[in-house]
Design a binder for this molecule. Structure first.
Ligand code: HEC
Ligand code: HEC
Ligand code: HEC
Length: 120
């Protein structure tokens, strides 16, 4: 009997923690395509998640300040990640359906890029 109730607690805990895990994920709109059959994004996902902010800021600096060719273009990211909904409309940057914004709202980051750059 005691063993059974432990099992029950364990199962309950499992169910609760799984539903929290589901709540703790931002809902990201899917990309248009994979970068290649082997790789989803331009970089391996863990690296892209960790480094995209710095990479984009470095590219901005190269292009806007040093007038050199940047490694990354915002347009590349948006072409693949910000795609029309079934009604044919592109998500605007302050909506939760915008790829970049959906995650930044979730993690509490604000970026000041789209005042100059198009977000679509
Ligand atoms: C899956 C989550 C996620 C997605 C999607 C995402 N970001 Fe981020 N972004 C982050 C996190 C986390 C940080 C780091 C926040 C921090 O260090 O304060 C960040 C930081 C940044 C920064 C640096 C901000 C700063 O002040 O240093 C830029 C720029 C940026 N993201 C641009 C983008 C763009 C553009 C897109 C869409 C193409 C995008 N991000 C999509 C999670 C995401
Ligand atoms: C004051 C206006 C302004 C702001 C704000 C700004 N940029 Fe830029 N950015 C430029 C200009 C000007 C260039 C160089 C000309 C060009 O390539 O469009 C540039 C170039 C870039 C490039 C390389 C070329 C391209 O078009 O994608 C990237 C990547 C970029 N910026 C990312 C960012 C990111 C990320 C932020 C926010 C952290 C940001 N920029 C904020 C004006 C701005
Ligand atoms: C050819 C399409 C393509 C391009 C271009 C692209 N991505 Fe991705 N990216 C993907 C795919 C596919 C995924 C996996 C998630 C999905 O299926 O939506 C992904 C995942 C990500 C993630 C992680 C999301 C998560 O699940 O946590 C971030 C952050 C990201 N991309 C940022 C960028 C940035 C920034 C750029 C531009 C420098 C970019 N991507 C360019 C296709 C692309």
């Amino acid at each position: 009997m005691i063993k059974n109730s432990y099992l029950l607690y364990f199962l309950l805990l499992l169910i609760i923690s799984n539903s929290f895990a589901a709540l703790m994920q931002p809902e990201l709109p899917p990309a248009r395509a994979q970068f290649s059959p082997q790789q989803a994004c331009l970089l391996p996902l863990a690296q892209m998640r960790r480094e995209h902010g710095d990479l984009l800021k470095r590219s901005h600096h190269l292009a806007a300040v040093e007038h050199r060719a940047p490694a990354y273009y915002l347009e590349q990211c948006l072409d693949c990640h910000v795609i029309p909904n079934p009604q044919g409309k592109l998500p605007v940057v302050d909506s939760s359906t915008h790829f970049c914004q959906s995650c930044h709202v979730f993690v509490g980051t604000k970026i000041a890029c789209f005042s100059c750059h198009s977000a679509q």
